[in-house]
Write a protein that binds this ligand. Structure first.
Ligand code: HAS
Ligand code: CU
Length: 604
C-alpha cells in the first residue's frame, strides 16, 4: 500500500491553502518535509493535531489523579513513614477522593479516548482514501465542540460541582455544565463520523463506484459507525432525562432506568476505545515490526462487523441490578461470550502478522522470531507490551462475563484490575506507543528521547501488572471498588495475614500496597511519556523528506478473495439495530412505566 508521491508542488503553496498535491509543513520546512496523503493541507493537519493534543491533556489530568489515588492506597505506609496522616488531595486543593476519581474517569475514559479517535480515525481515512476530509465545517466543528465540551466539564469537575464519577449514576446530580460538556464531546465524535462518511461518499463519486472500500478506511468507519449506534443510549439518557433534571426543568428521575440507558452505551463504549487500537495492531504494527502482512482481509472485516452487530450486551454490567428480567441477563452473558471471539481471532491473526514480520527480519524456529522484532522501537515495544497486557485483560473479561462468578467480583476492586489491563493498557499504552510515530509525523520533528520512550513502555507494563495484581487480589478478598479505602471504617477480617508479616501487613494491606506501588510506577511511566512527547514537539531536529504512515502491505488473503457483502455497511448497521431492538425491547417491556423519585444528591 505504498503511494506514489508527487512532490513537485512542494514549496509553492501559501499558508491556509488547500492544495491538490501533497504538501505540508511551515513555509520554511516545506521543501524538506511532507506527509504522504495527497491534498491534505495545513488546516487539516492542524485539526488532527489539536484533537490529539486535547487527548493528551486528558491523559495528563487523568494520570495526575491516578497518582493521588495510588497515594490513598499507600496511605498506611505513608502514615507510618511520616508519622502523621498525609492527605495529598488537600494539598492540591481537591475536596475529596471522589472528586479526584471523577476527574480520573472522565478525562481518561471519555476525553483521552474520544479525541484520540477523532484524530486517528480522521487521519487513517484520509490516508486510506488518499484525500482530505470532505467537509471543512464538520472538521472544525468536531474540534471546537471537543475543546468547548472538555472545558465545560473540566470546570464543573474542578469546581467540585460534578463529583458523580464517570458513570454519573442518578440520583447523584451534577451541575448542567458537566452534562452539556459531555453532550458537546459526543457531538464532536458524531461530527467526525459524518465527515468520514461524506469522505467515503466523495471517494466513491470520484471514480470508485463499485470498488471495495480499502481495508484501512473500512475498519475506521465501522469503528465510528458502531460508536454512533452505541451512543444513542447515553444521548437519550442525558438529553431526555438527566440534563432537564439538572437544569431544574423536571424534578424527578428514575435511577434504574437511566442506569440501563447508561450501560446500553457503557458497554460498547469500551470497543470504541479498543477498535482504533485494533486498526493499529492489524494494519500498522505488522509493518512497523518488519513489513509483516495482514493475514486476511476478509477476517479483519468480519471482526469489525462482529463488534458492530454484537452491540447490545450492556446488561453484563447489571447482573446484580433489580428490575431487569433474568432472561435478558442470560442472553447478555451468552452474547458476551460471542463478543469474546472477534478478539480471539485478532489475537491469532495479529500474532501471525508479527511472526511474518519477525521472520522477515531473520527470526528462526518456533519462537525465535519474537526476539527479532524491533523491541528497540518504542512504538513497537509499546504496542507489543500492550497486547501482552490485553491477554490477561481479556481473560479477566471472561471471568466478569460468567454470570455466577460475576456475583463474586462485581463492584469489587477485581473489576478495576480488569479494566486497567484493557483500557488502561491495551488502549492507553498503545495510544502512547502510536504517539511515538504520530507526533513526529504530525509535527515534522524527530522523536526525542527514544531510549527513554522504550523504558517508558516497560515501566508501564511492569506498573500495571503489579497494580492489577493488587486490585484483583483485593477484589477477591472482598475489597469494594470506588471506595476511599484509606478512610474506610471496616477492613477485611477474613483473609489470613501473610506468614511472618502478621504484625506489619494485615487484611487488605497487601492489595493496597501493590496497588500503590504499581500505580506509582504507572505515573512515573506517564511522566516519562510526556517528557518524550514535549521533548519531540519542542525539539529543533526536523525530519526531511516525505513522512510515511506505516501501513501494512496487501494481506495474504487479499480483498479479491472476500465476499463483497462484507462492505454493505447499511446491512450490518441494520442487523445491529434489529438485535438491539429485540434485546432492549424485552427489557423495556418488562421495566416500564418509569419509577420516578424526587430530588437528587450532591454527596461530596
Ligand atoms: Fe470489560 C467491565 C467483560 C473487554 C473495559 N470492562 C469493564 C469495565 C471497563 C471495561 C472499563 O462481562 C468497568 C466499567 C465500570 O466502570 O463498571 N470486557 C469483558 C469481556 C471483554 C472485555 C468479555 N473491557 C474490555 C475492553 C475494555 C474493557 C476491551 C476497554 C478497552 N468487562 C466485562 C464485564 C464487565 C466488564 C462482564 C462488568 C463487570 C462488572 O461486574 O461490573 C472481551 O472483549 C475481552 C476479549 C479479549 C481477548 C484478548 C485478545 C488478546 C489480544 C492480544 C494480542 C497480542 C499481541 C501481542 C498483539 C480475547 C488481541 C503479541 C506480542 C508478542 C510479543 C508476540
Ligand atoms: Cu462490557
Amino acid at each position: 500500500m505504498t503511494d506514489t508521491i508527487d512532490t513537485s508542488t512542494a514549496g509553492d503553496i501559501a499558508d491556509g491553502d488547500e492544495p491538490d498535491g501533497p504538501i505540508i509543513g511551515t513555509p520554511s520546512q516545506r521543501s524538506r518535509w511532507q506527509i504522504d496523503i495527497p491534498g491534505v493541507g495545513q488546516a487539516d493537519l492542524r485539526a488532527v493535531k489539536w484533537q490529539l493534543y486535547l487527548s493528551l491533556v486528558g491523559l495528563f489530568l487523568g494520570l495526575a489523579m491516578g497518582a493521588l489515588q495510588a497515594s490513598d492506597r499507600g496511605d498506611f505506609a505513608l502514615e507510618e513513614f511520616f508519622n502523621r496522616p498525609v492527605n495529598l488531595y488537600d494539598a492540591v486543593g481537591l475536596q475529596s477522593y471522589y472528586q479526584g476519581l471523577t476527574i480520573h474517569g472522565v478525562t481518561l475514559a471519555l476525553v483521552f479516548t474520544f479525541t484520540f479517535s477523532n484524530a486517528f480515525m480522521s487521519l487513517t481515512v484520509m490516508k486510506s482514501l488518499k484525500r482530505p476530509l470532505a467537509s471543512k465545517v464538520l472538521r472544525d466543528a468536531s474540534l471546537y465542540l471537543a475543546w468547548t465540551g472538555v472545558a465545560l466539564a473540566a470546570w464543573a469537575m474542578l469546581a467540585n460541582k460534578a463529583t458523580v464519577l464517570f458513570t454519573f449514576y442518578t440520583p447523584l446530580k451534577a451541575t448542567p455544565a458537566f452534562y452539556i460538556g459531555a453532550v458537546f464531546l459526543v457531538l464532536s465524535t458524531w461530527a467526525t463520523l459524518a465527515n468520514l462518511v461524506l469522505t467515503l461518499r466523495g471517494w466513491r463519486k470520484d471514480g470508485h463506484e463499485g470498488e471495495r472500500i480499502p481495508l484501512l478506511a473500512f475498519t475506521s468507519i465501522v469503528t465510528e459507525l458502531m460508536w454512533f449506534l452505541a451512543s444513542i443510549g447515553i444521548a437519550i439518557e442525558v438529553l431526555v432525562f438527566v440534563l432537564p433534571w439538572s437544569l431544574g426543568l423536571t424534578d424527578s428521575i428514575d435511577p434504574q432506568f437511566t442506569r440501563i440507558l447508561f450501560w446500553f452505551t457503557g458497554h460498547p463504549i469500551v470497543y470504541f476505545w479498543l477498535l482504533p487500537i485494533y486498526v493499529s495492531w492489524y494494519l500498522f504494527l505488522p509493518e512497523q515490526a518488519g513489513k509483516g502482512r495482514v493475514a486476511s482481509d476478509g477476517l479483519v472485516r468480519v471482526v469489525f462487523i462482529a463488534f458492530l452487530i454484537l452491540l447490545p450486551v450492556g446488561i453484563h454490567h447489571q447482573f446484580t441490578d433489580p428490575g431487569i428480567p433474568f432472561t435478558s441477563k442470560t442472553i447478555s452473558w451468552m452474547l458476551t461470550f460471542c463478543i469474546f471471539f472477534p478478539s480471539v481471532a485478532t489475537f491469532f491473526s495479529v500474532i501471525a502478522s508479527l511472526e511474518n514480520a519477525g521472520r522477515n527480519r531473520g527470526g528462526k524456529g518456533l519462537l525465535g522470531w519474537i526476539w527479532k522484532l524491533p523491541w528497540g522501537d518504542p512504538s513497537v515495544s509499546g504496542q507489543l507490551l500492550a497486547g501482552i497486557g490485553f491477554i490477561l485483560g481479556g481473560v479477566s473479561g471472561l471471568i466478569n462475563a460468567s454470570y455466577t462468578v460475576n456475583l463474586t467480583v462485581h463492584n469489587t476492586a477485581f473489576i478495576v484490575g480488569h479494566f486497567h489491563l484493557t483500557v488502561g493498557t491495551a488502549v492507553a499504552l498503545s495510544i502512547m506507543a502510536i504517539c511515538y510515530w504520530l507526533v513526529p509525523y504530525l509535527t515534522g520533528k524527530k522523536l526525542w528521547g527514544r531510549r527513554l520512550a522504550v523504558a517508558q513502555t516497560w515501566l508501564w507494563i511492569t506498573g500495571v501488572f503489579i497494580f492489577s495484581r493488587g486490585q484483583m487480589q483485593g477484589g477477591i478478598a472482598g475489597m469494594p471498588r470506588r471506595t476511599n479505602i484509606s478512610q474506610a471504617t471496616y477492613v477485611d477480617r477474613f483473609t489470613p495475614p501473610l506468614d511472618g508479616a502478621a504484625n506489619i501487613l494485615k487484611n487488605w494491606d497487601v492489595a493496597d500496597g501493590l496497588t500503590a506501588i504499581g500505580g506509582s510506577i504507572m505515573f512515573i511511566s506517564g511522566v516519562c511519556f510526556f517528557i518524550v512527547i514535549l521533548g519531540t514537539i519542542y525539539s529543533k531536529r526536523q525530519v526531511a523528506g516525505v513522512q510515511r504512515m506505516p501501513v501494512a502491505d496487501e494481506p495474504f488473503h487479499p480483498v479479491s478473495q472476500t465476499w463483497p457483502i462484507l462492505d454493505r455497511l447499511g446491512l450490518w448497521a441494520g442487523l445491529a439495530t434489529g438485535l438491539t431492538f429485540v434485546i432492549y425491547g424485552e427489557i423495556f417491556l418488562h421495566y416500564l412505566p418509569l419509577e420516578l423519585v424526587p430530588g437528587g444528591f450532591q454527596l461530596w
